[in-house]
Design a protein around this ligand. Structure first.
Ligand SMILES: [Zn+2]
Ligand SMILES: [Zn+2]
Length: 380
């Protein structure tokens, strides 16, 4: 899909239309709001489309190149010499796209009015740390009811030797970066299909810090961070399912020189249940019943999420018939609505007959014999 289709607009859309369409979609698919498994991917897609179409220069290049050429160039990074473009492009796509994906926090604050994310200064030009994904294993019950879990994972944290400064010597002053003169940003000229444009990018020499460490710390090579083992406590909402993700802000890798940490994404892996099978918010349970129970009806005890419950099996219940117990399924994530518990009737034939049963079944056969026989009807 091209970027216009992703945003649900046409090529003639105005800047205002592009923006409003993006905002509408981003709100719908923001990972903080939408817990569908593919929402995050969709959100990234929307954000990428908007990054390009909202920037007149990028939009111009995109319109000129066409979607597939542009995407191909983007994937090849534009950085290399030729890549099939005869060296015409010397644009570094990472600079153009800020690493391919804009900080979701900015979008979040823009969309939802900001606030609540203190300590994440927008003016901070230093790159924040990377996001991390960790698999969070849950039992069936933990997924259904929500749980407090301690996630344990490897991540970059502040270097303990230099306390995040990156410097081996407490007293040594950092020197001002010679390339950006302490600004953290430099202007870069790029040409794109002949169109030249200037761009402000993060200074490659100091990574936006504006300063250079004089005497780098040996433990962290002057980066101010080291890989370590972290644990984070999370409260998972009720109703999560396999493959769903939860974002834990600021618990990913810390950035270099103590700059903001990325986010941690817990990806849920849920254990199977002994009896219940789950499909979305509905639960399924196989319930074995006998021939007399099926024919005459009965009241049986079945397990539910809230303990055992008596359920009436109506007279004449057939094999594979389903009995729905409304609102006894799983609560949907971020919603009050609940699925159902569906009983799958599993009619069991007796494997062995006692002498008395043998007698009764024989008697039954005689009683219902000739005129009512199904076979007789079929072949009459
Ligand atoms: Zn260090
Ligand atoms: Zn610099």
């Amino acid at each position: 899909m091209d970027y216009y289709s992703i945003l649900g607009i046409t090529k003639s859309a105005t800047a205002t239309e592009i923006k409003s369409s993006y905002k509408k979609l981003a709100k719908k698919y923001h990972p903080d709001v939408n817990k569908e498994p593919d929402a995050q991917e969709k959100f990234k897609e929307i954000s990428r489309a908007y990054q390009i179409l909202s920037d007149p220069e990028k939009k111009k290049a995109y319109d000129q190149m066409g979607h597939s050429n542009f995407e191909q160039a983007r994937k090849q990074g534009f950085g290399g010499s030729n890549q099939g473009f005869g060296g015409a492009y010397n644009v570094n796509f990472d600079d153009l796209f800020g690493g391919g994906f804009r900080d979701p926090f900015d979008i979040f604050s823009e969309l939802f009015g900001g606030g609540g994310f203190s300590g994440r200064g927008r003016n901070n030009r230093q790159k924040r740390g990377e996001d991390i994904e960790v698999v969070a294993k849950l039992t069936f019950e933990e997924a259904v009811f929500g749980a407090e879990k301690e996630l344990s994972y490897k991540a970059f944290d502040k270097c303990t030797t230099c306390k995040g400064t990156g410097s081996a010597d407490d007293k040594a002053e950092d020197t001002t970066c010679s390339q950006c003169h302490g600004q953290g940003q430099v202007q870069q000229e790029s040409s794109f299909l002949g169109a030249r444009f200037a761009q402000i990018v993060t200074c490659p020499q100091c990574q936006g810090r504006g300063k250079i460490v004089k005497n780098p710390c040996k433990t962290c090579n002057g980066t101010g961070r080291e890989r370590t083992h972290l644990t984070t406590k999370v409260k998972t909402p009720a109703g999560v399912d396999n493959g769903m993700q939860m974002r834990i802000p600021g618990k990913g890798n810390i950035g270099e020189f103590g700059s903001n940490a990325g986010d941690l994404y817990a990806v849920f892996k849920v254990e199977d249940h002994k009896y219940f099978t789950r499909h979305g918010s509905n639960l399924y349970l196989d319930v074995p019943i006998t021939i007399p129970q099926a024919v005459l009806g009965d009241t049986i005890e079945v397990p539910t999420l809230e303990g055992k419950k008596n359920v009436k099996i109506p007279k004449g219940t057939n094999h594979r018939q389903q009995i729905k117990l409304s609102n006894l399924g799983v609560t949907q994530v971020n919603s009050r609505s609940r699925g159902d518990l569906i009983l799958n009737i599993d009619l069991k034939l007796p494997e062995k007959l006692s002498a008395e049963e043998q007698k009764l079944y024989t008697k039954l056969k005689e009683v219902e014999s000739k005129p009512k026989s199904i076979l007789n009807k079929l072949f009459a």
